[in-house]
Write a protein that binds this ligand. Structure first.
Ligand code: CP
Length: 308
């Protein structure tokens, strides 16, 4: 099957088959990590620019490593020390980078839709590394890779996504991906962070943690995004932890082989206890490893090298 996209802007635009194609390619790229020389010449001569308008540890580093393992040249553009500080617009910044020969622009931006706007104005391939509360497609793809690796299926798998759904691009991209792949989703959290309207997407809404994670095969925990909350949406972090923090004791109602996932950064002792974060069900570090393989697959498929 051919990958028909020049840009990766969101999971909403991808078909089930395209998601599966990315995951299949990522399996092959992950195998490279076991070699002595963890590098292939696939993108030699290509240039990847990381353009991050928001903080990132995992996504930026992972894209850099993915591009380097594909032998691309990589530029990490630091917004805080750039001419953005002198008022240069997003489009002028992107065009300047493109004029230097960028083939891919990997962008994180606080405004939903910013990568979509740029994709219509530039010739390089745009990769959305998180746009506001809208989407974080490569996070969802690495989450799907991790679930498939551990559970071997998606059909009727019970996945609970717990936390600040309202402000989470990870939740939105995961919901699109899991629905397309056939999983059953429950969104769990306080009413202010899990609005009923999300039910229109075809997911179950639950405001009680015990009910929401009962018999879950996978629990994906999300951090409270205080930086995106402009008013108090729950009384205190302490109260949130008491009602929604996942501990070993609370985990007893889930399936015995439940997977604990978290996109990071985690707030230990808030949405997840120390024991659960580091416990036998946690695949949080594997998610990070899988992220490099998935991003290699994304850059490879967007480059068109697969069909040449
Ligand atoms: N999961 C994720 O997007 O983490 P970073 O913000 O560290 O990139």
């Amino acid at each position: 099957m051919k990958f028909r996209h020049k840009h990766l802007l969101g999971i909403e635009e991808l078909s089930k088959e395209e998601i599966e194609l990315i995951l299949e390619n990522a399996v092959g790229f992950k195998e490279i990590f076991t070699r002595t020389v963890k590098k292939v010449p696939t993108l030699r001569g290509k240039t990847v620019v990381n353009l991050f308008y928001e903080a990132s540890t995992r996504t930026r580093t992972s894209f850099e490593l993915a591009a380097k393992r594909l032998s691309a040249d990589v530029i990490n553009f630091s917004v805080s020390t750039s001419s953005v500080q002198k008022g240069e617009s997003l489009i002028d910044t992107a065009r300047t980078i493109e004029s230097m020969g960028a083939d891919f622009i990997v962008m994180r931006h606080p405004c939903p839709g910013a990568p979509h706007v740029l994709s219509q104005r530039i010739h390089a391939s745009m990769v959305n590394a998180g746009d506001g509360t809208h989407e974080h497609p490569t996070q969802a793809l690495l989450d799907m890779f991790t679930i498939k690796d551990k559970k071997r299926r998606f059909k009727d798998l019970k996945v609970a996504i717990v936390g600040d759904i309202l402000h989470s691009r990870v939740a939105r991209s995961n919901i699109w991906a899991l629905l397309k792949l056939g999983a059953k989703i429950t969104l769990v959290g306080p009413r202010t962070l899990v609005p009923e309207r999300f039910g229109d997407l075809g997911v179950r809404i639950c405001h009680n943690l015990n009910e929401g994670i009962k018999d879950a095969d996978v629990i994906n925990l999300l951090r409270i995004q205080l930086e995106r909350q402009h008013k108090n949406l729950f009384p205190s972090i302490r109260e949130y932890k008491l009602l929604y923090g996942v501990t070993e004791e609370r985990l007893q109602v889930a399936k015995r082989d439940v997977l604990i996932m978290h996109p990071g950064p985690i707030n230990r002792g808030v949405e997840i206890s120390q024991e659960v974060a580091d416990g036998k069900h946690s695949v949080i570090n594997e998610q990070v490893t899988n992220g490099v393989a998935v991003r290699m697959a994304v850059l490879y498929l967007l480059s068109g090298a697969a069909s040449s």
